[in-house]
Ligand binder design. Structure first.
Ligand SMILES: Cc1cc2nc3c(=O)[nH]c(=O)nc-3n(C[C@H](O)[C@H](O)[C@H](O)COP(=O)(O)O)c2cc1C
Length: 187
């Protein structure tokens, strides 16, 4: 039997993104738990702002690539910043694109998990609640039950090489990824 696989992306376009750093730490941990990880680069995908007129003509190549890779994967992991107590527009935009037209929605019935990092002190939890609602109600995905992983003070949590040095965050991340990998293997 093949290993389960995860399509993962950080919902930030910023080169120095904390959420990209968090994903870079999480991916090898998932691999060590027997999960293959395919990291999708949202910046490189250059996905335009959603416009139904564009969709009627052709699906942008970055969207088509993302959809194919989600279809291929056993699960999706979204690592999102919080903007103004909600998800960033770039994340809503990419989910909206992927979800249309509805018969091709790759999230439907797919196991998903979400987490996030912020230099602030509230762990991105408002954004996590929103992404959970959009995934489960909006695009009919299964969302990993229980508390998501949210990292506060991300600007102090990594060393210069990108290694996670915050002990509490390390422990909570391992526990979250362990739950995700367990669920994936039983899926
Ligand atoms: C428009 C905007 C709104 C923001 N609102 C929040 C917020 O509500 N909560 C929070 O924790 N951080 C907020 N931040 C700070 C982000 O957490 C910070 O910019 C973070 O570095 C973004 O994630 P990234 O490093 O992965 O790009 C906001 C930043 C921007 C640009």
């Amino acid at each position: 039997m093949n290993n389960p696989s995860v399509l993962a992306f950080a919902a930030s376009l910023r080169a120095g993104s904390w959420n990209k750093k968090l994903l870079a730490v999480a991916a090898p941990q998932l691999q060590a738990l027997g999960v293959e990880v395919d990291v999708f680069d949202l910046f490189a995908a250059n996905i335009p702002v959603f416009n139904d007129d564009v969709l009627q003509k052709e699906i942008p190549s970055g969207v088509a690539d993302l959809k194919a890779r989600i279809h291929k994967a056993s699960a999706v992991l979204i690592v999102t910043p919080e903007y103004n107590y909600g998800i960033p527009g770039v994340l809503k935009n990419v989910i909206d694109w992927a979800s249309r037209p509805p018969p091709t929605n790759p999230f439907k019935g797919k196991l998903t998990a979400h987490m996030g990092a912020t230099p602030g002190s509230a762990g991105t939890f408002q954004a996590q609640l929103q992404v959970r609602q959009i995934l489960s109600v909006g695009v009919a995905a299964w969302v990993l039950p229980g508390l998501a992983f949210g990292m506060s003070h991300a600007d102090q949590a990594f060393d210069a090489s990108g290694a996670l040095i915050d002990e509490a965050a390390k422990k909570n991340l391992s526990s979250f990824l362990g739950r995700f990998a367990e669920e994936l293997k039983a899926w």
